[in-house]
Design a binder for this molecule. Structure first.
Ligand SMILES: C[S@@+](CC[C@H](N)C(=O)[O-])C[C@H]1O[C@@H](n2cnc3c(N)ncnc32)[C@H](O)[C@@H]1O
Length: 186
């Protein structure tokens, strides 16, 4: 399906972004059954948080992004970088209590590929650390990354602390974008 058609489908279903279809597709392939506490990193405009809450209304979602997000019932939002997550008391209290950490973070690109790849790797490595610190012993993570020379390093890093690591390229993800998703189970 063309990107515009995914956007139309999102509008029709009342979702705020077409990114929901990527999450939906990945979740269908996983065995995640418990969505009680979910941490959404790089959440704005809020499609993923909205999807979790609509599908699992008893979930508690904590979302963080450097840009604002229109409020969603059941979602606690923090306007901040994930680099400051460890300063957020309300989230710190929940260390070890999350069932799922999702990250759709896409950093601003400088256009200099070496700089961009390094920046993405640093944010992805931090995401893996956050998942390790905040997930409970049977939790899962889903993280966007990009197909570049650092992908192997990142995957190996995840394999150190996750029993199962898989990559997904959802149909709703533009082929030319280079984005890819890593799924890990503790
Ligand atoms: C593709 S969008 C996320 C879309 C979202 N999953 C949805 O369904 O609506 C990527 C987001 O990552 C955010 N982002 C980039 N760097 C970040 C950082 N250091 N900390 C938190 N969010 C960040 C951007 O502001 C942007 O809103």
């Amino acid at each position: 399906m063309h990107a515009d058609n995914w956007a139309q489908k999102a509008k029709k279903k009342g979702y705020r972004s077409r990114a929901v279809f990527k999450l939906e597709e990945i979740l269908k392939k996983t065995k995640i059954i418990n969505y009680s506490n979910v941490l959404d990193l790089g959440s704005s405009p809020g499609g993923w948080s909205e999807y979790i809450i609509k599908k699992y209304p008893t979930s508690k979602v904590y979302a963080i992004d450097i840009i604002d997000m229109e409020p969603i019932d059941g979602v606690t939002f923090f306007k901040d970088s994930i680099e400051n997550l460890y300063n957020l008391e309300e989230i710190l209290k929940l260390k070890g209590c999350f069932k799922l950490v999702i990250s759709d973070i896409a950093p601003n690109l400088s256009g200099i590929s070496a700089v961009d790849s390094e920046n993405i790797l640093n944010l992805n490595m931090l995401t893996v650390k956050i998942a390790n610190d905040f997930l409970d012993s049977s939790g899962s993570m889903i993280m966007k990354t990009f197909q570049n020379s650092n992908l192997k390093t990142l995957r190996k890093n995840m394999e150190l602390s996750f029993k199962l690591v898989q990559t997904y390229k959802p149909a709703a993800s533009k082929k030319q974008s280079g984005e890819i998703y890593l799924y890990g189970v503790k």
